[in-house]
Design a protein around this ligand. Structure first.
Ligand SMILES: *Cc1c(COP(=O)(O)O)cnc(C)c1O
Length: 400
């Protein structure tokens, strides 16, 4: 989106403001579906990245399914118009009752530990279940590969597959899918393909599979020079391997993925006004009318979101440390080169689609921002800015 378009939206809807570009979401969705040339492909959007029901609807209309991690996400998905058969439930550490309740709705469940698997299989042997494996793949010791390592809380270790097979035999339960999600950015396609081999090896041992789910980890660039997953190359290589596996397995399978970030990150723009420009002995701070209550990724993960001054896009560049108004360390960017900033300017944070609004809070008793969907050259309000009533909601004043 152009600076002028974003500036007009900030004018129209106020700020801070989240803006999502529908065309960019569509573009990413099509890129993904075009990369994998198999008969049956399923993309389940990981809605924890951005869960506004208008965004869910947009993805539904593109043909996407949904990946959910809580019963409330399932309910939001149903509310947005997804049918239960288009939803997969991939929780970690939730109660047995929650899993049962979701299964009862007709949603595909994905179990990631032995004790729940055994309990569920014994009680509901007829309900098809997908199992989440942990392939224990470390990308050359890369610490970013955070949920695939041996002591991770996610997935059933591939070393425990014999135990899974015993549970299946004892309970006569129906395993219809194998899943992995290493939770890391795919920096190296070969590492992903290596983990895929482990999934194929596991899959061979189950006779009634309908789908193989390779999770996500598709990386998008946040700053200049960042690596981006080469989806097209991954698509070519995995398609070839998947088709060969289908032959070997003896029946057609669905190839499934569950991207969050890849679909919505770059579509998002976060707009905030500069309240104050403050010089200290060594630094020029630009203090904005927002903080980590609205966009926590820089403070939480060290993410480097590109920041543009859309009020002065052609201005002479200077170095700024961009900070928020929260009363503790609240830094968005350190010593960043940005076109000259004046008080009242609007800054735009790029890549603000995934894990931004969905992680926002009311810390410091601030209102959560409004959200706008940009489609066909027009901004559509998809969430109103909060008001004082929202802060009081559910609170009870007792005078004892
Ligand atoms: C969070 C999550 C995803 C999405 O990951 P991205 O990096 O946003 O693509 C996919 N699958 C599961 C099980 C997840 O928990």
């Amino acid at each position: 989106m152009q600076p002028k378009e974003l500036l007009d939206l900030a004018e129209q809807f106020g700020n801070p403001l989240y803006v999502y570009d529908a065309e960019k979401i569509e573009f990413q969705y099509n890129r993904l579906t075009n990369a994998f040339k198999v008969e049956k492909l399923r993309i389940n959007y990981a809605m924890k990245a951005l869960s506004n029901i208008s965004i869910l609807k947009l993805l539904k209309n593109l043909g996407s399914g949904l990946d959910t991690v809580s019963i409330q996400e399932v309910q939001l998905g149903l509310h947005a118009g997804f049918t239960p058969d288009k939803i997969i439930f991939t929780p970690n550490g939730v109660s047995f009752e929650e899993i049962e309740e979701v299964a009862e709705m007709g949603v595909q469940i994905n179990i990631d530990n032995l004790s729940v698997l055994e309990h569920f299989g014994a009680k509901h042997p007829k309900v098809p279940v997908c199992i989440r494996i942990n392939p224990h793949v470390m990308a050359g010791g890369n610490e970013n590969i955070s949920v695939g390592h041996i002591d991770s809380k996610f997935g059933i270790s591939i070393y425990q597959i014999p135990h899974v097979l015993r549970i299946v035999e004892n309970t006569k339960m129906n395993i219809n899918g194998i899943h992995m999600h290493t939770g890391s950015d795919i920096l190296d396609i070969e590492v992903f393909l290596y983990a895929s081999e482990i999934l194929f090896d596991t899959a061979k041992q189950f006779k009634n599979l309908e789908f193989l789910d390779f999770g996500s980890g598709f990386k998008v660039p946040y700053k200049k020079g960042d690596i981006e997953t080469n989806i097209e190359e991954l698509g070519r290589k995995l398609t070839k391997r998947f088709l060969a596996f289908e032959k070997e397995y003896g029946r057609e399978l669905t190839l499934a993925f569950e991207p969050g970030k890849f679909l919505v990150s770059e579509a998002g723009h976060f707009l905030a006004k500069v309240n104050v420009v403050k010089q200290t002995t060594s630094t020029v701070f630009a203090g904005i009318d927002s903080g980590f209550n609205h966009l926590i990724r820089p403070m939480f993960y060290g993410s480097q979101h590109n920041i543009e001054n859309i009020s002065n896009p052609k201005g002479k560049e200077r170095f700024y440390t961009v900070v928020g108004y929260i009363c503790e360390t609240d830094t968005f960017a350190n010593n960043r080169r940005i076109p000259e900033i004046h008080e009242g300017d609007i800054l735009c944070f790029r890549n603000a689609g995934a894990y931004c609004f969905s992680m926002a809070s009311n810390y410091n008793s601030r209102f959560k921002p409004a959200e706008v969907l940009w489609k066909n050259g027009k901004g559509h309000l998809i969430r109103e800015r909060e008001t004082f009533d929202d802060l009081l909601q559910n609170q009870i004043l007792v005078e004892l």
